[in-house]
Design a protein around this ligand. Structure first.
Ligand code: F1P
Length: 347
């Protein structure tokens, strides 16, 4: 993960060429709407990109499961741009959805890992994530690479559109360039702790993952990784939705994983954690280093370095992936080849 991120980050804004994207610079900067299509983990990257593109570029974004899009009668209008996200580049649902959008005249930009794959070939242009092959079936480093590349694309569109200042552009690139070092820090300082936490929670039958704003898609991804690798039932929700139903699930047997890093929503997340504690749920929180208050509320916590609130989700993903991995190992499962899952779903 570290190398894949480090390889392509530069502090020099002039080097943010993204030629595949700039080729359609006019279409993108004038787009009325961007529709992002993907499945599984890639769909979570799409959801995160919705928040980032709307924030930085002020363009309306719609995110859809390719597996649904292909079966409905979607509306594509002149001025819409489609972004397809796929690790394998071979996911049949995504391919069929893109063929459908293409027939309606949409421009397709691919954010794909596998060079020369079917989705890459079908796309008019795009940006490869170049994360290297995933060794296991479940998407992990491809996901953090997707977030990185989608952030770069959002910055490029924002630059072309003039929707952010030069200072903001440079600040975001600088923050992004600092991410690999912080990932490395998490890997070297939190590893052992995550193993112990995995041992403690391995027998839980259900998990809830909660996050707000930019961290909400990460809560969904944390839950999916646990299902895929450890076969434990898990649900991800926006933390604010908890009171609209999922709170009924909370008792002393339910671990609730919070992405509780310091951001705009932090106060609210802390009160959500207290609500869970008050109902005897077990709180495991991903917190920003040195955030003593959050550490006090949670029974267990994993610390990650402070980062820009848009980019901190890249960091919180790492401990969640490790948590699923170590729970799977504790349960004696083959974490690289989970049952029933295929590396690329081609049917
Ligand atoms: C989509 C996906 C993966 C998942 C599994 C099945 O793949 O749902 O996210 O981990 O491998 O396929 P892709 O289109 O990103 O290759």
């Amino acid at each position: 993960i570290y190398d894949s991120l480090r390889g392509r980050l530069s502090l020099n804004p002039a080097q943010l060429t993204l030629s595949g994207i700039t080729q359609f610079g006019n279409e993108l900067s004038q787009a009325k709407r961007i529709v992002i299509l993907a499945c599984g983990t890639s769909w979570h990257a799409a959801l995160w990109a919705e928040y980032i593109i709307e924030e930085l570029c002020r363009i309306q974004v719609e995110v859809d499961y390719a597996s649904e899009y292909r079966y409905r009668n979607p509306i594509i209008e002149k001025g819409d741009v489609i972004i397809a996200i796929s690790q394998s580049g071979e996911t049949a649902d995504t391919l069929v959805a893109l063929e459908k959008a293409k027939q309606q005249g949409a421009i397709i930009l691919g954010v794909v890992n596998a060079v020369g794959s079917s989705i890459a070939r079908l796309s008019d242009a795009g940006a490869y994530t170049h994360a290297g092959p995933e060794i296991g079936v479940a998407s992990t480093k491809a996901f953090t690479a997707q977030l990185t590349v989608l952030h770069l694309i959002a910055l490029k569109i924002a630059e072309l559109k003039g929707s952010i200042t030069a200072e903001k552009f440079t600040q975001q690139l600088t923050e992004l360039a600092a991410i690999p070092e912080k990932v490395q820090q998490i890997l070297s300082t939190q590893h052992e702790k995550i193993k112990l936490i995995a041992k403690k929670y391995k027998d839980a039958k259900d998990f809830l993952f909660l996050g707000r704003g930019y961290s909400f898609p990460i809560a969904l991804e944390g839950a999916l990784k646990l299902k895929e690798i450890s076969y434990i039932h898990a649900e991800g929700y926006p933390a604010a939705e908890m009171k609209h139903g999922p709170i009924a699930l909370v008792d002393e047997h339910l671990p609730v994983v919070f992405i509780a890093t310091k951001d705009f929503y932090h106060e609210k997340i802390m009160s959500n954690m207290q609500e869970i504690r008050a109902r005897k749920g077990q709180v495991l929180a991903i917190v920003t280093e040195g955030d003593e208050l959050s550490k006090e509320i949670a029974q267990d916590y994993i610390e990650i370095p402070a980062a820009d609130e848009m980019l901190s989700p890249i960091l919180s993903t790492i401990p969640l992936q490790l948590l699923s991995y170590y729970i799977g190992v504790e349960l004696g499962l083959d974490v690289d080849k989970p049952r029933n899952l295929a590396k690329s779903v081609t049917v």
